[in-house]
Design a protein around this ligand. Structure first.
Ligand code: SF4
Length: 209
């Protein structure tokens, strides 16, 4: 346990682990941004949502918006057609089941179209200050393997390993630290191991494979 705490303390010296990097002003805006961010960079999503949220930023507006118009607004984002479909369905479900308000619980969020544990974890943490777990995206998955925190491939199983091994008081930080280190240093290809300040905790120091 001490080793993991030291790893988290070292990482938190390098990054601001208190906040995420998606721009939003309401829980629903964040939900849309997180849905758009799957397999896309947060920087790209922030560029797109800056204009998108001027056109629509409520469940009512997304439920009504013409599908082709929405697809055009988000067309620079990967899998934009599928994401547009999920966002419209999700908006409609929020209106019908939750009176137009994004629900503040894991159980309710994961009933929404296109919303899994990863998206729900981010929304609960960032919009409601309600940390229920650790969102496992591509960075968190890769770094969990490299730090020897999990051998699983399924993100929900990786999350369960992380939650068992990491004290709850660090869950919030780890939501952000794994992503920031994965983006800046521990990239999928050619990780910058020479610049890595947590190299001694890594199981794959030299190859990064
Ligand atoms: S030593 Fe390399 S592979 Fe290991 S955590 Fe650091 S950057 Fe990633």
């Amino acid at each position: 346990m001490k080793k993991i705490e030291n790893l988290i303390i070292e990482l938190s010296k390098c990054y601001d682990g208190e906040k995420g990097s998606l721009d939003f002003t309401t829980p629903f805006e964040l939900l849309v941004a997180v849905m758009l961010s799957a397999q896309c960079t947060d920087a790209r999503v922030n560029i797109v949502t800056k204009d998108l949220f001027k056109v629509a930023n409520t469940p009512e507006a997304f439920a009504k918006i013409d599908t082709k118009k929405l697809e055009k607004l988000v067309s620079s984002i990967s899998f934009y057609k599928n994401k547009s479909k999920h966002i419209k369905e999700c908006a409609q479900q929020i209106i019908e089941k939750y009176n137009g308000e994004v629900p503040n619980s894991m159980e309710e969020l994961i009933t929404l179209s296109g919303v899994g544990r990863k998206t729900a974890n981010v929304v609960l943490l960032e919009a409601f200050d309600n940390c229920q777990g650790i969102a496992v995206d591509t960075h968190a998955l890769r770094l969990s393997h490299r730090f020897g925190l999990s051998k699983e491939e399924d993100p929900s199983k990786v999350e369960q390993d992380l939650l068992k091994k990491i004290p709850k008081k660090y869950w919030r930080l780890m939501n952000h630290l794994l992503v920031y280190h994965g983006r800046a240093i521990c990239t999928a290809k050619n990780p910058k191991c020479d610049e890595c300040t947590v190299r001694k905790y890594c199981k794959e120091k030299e190859t990064g494979q």
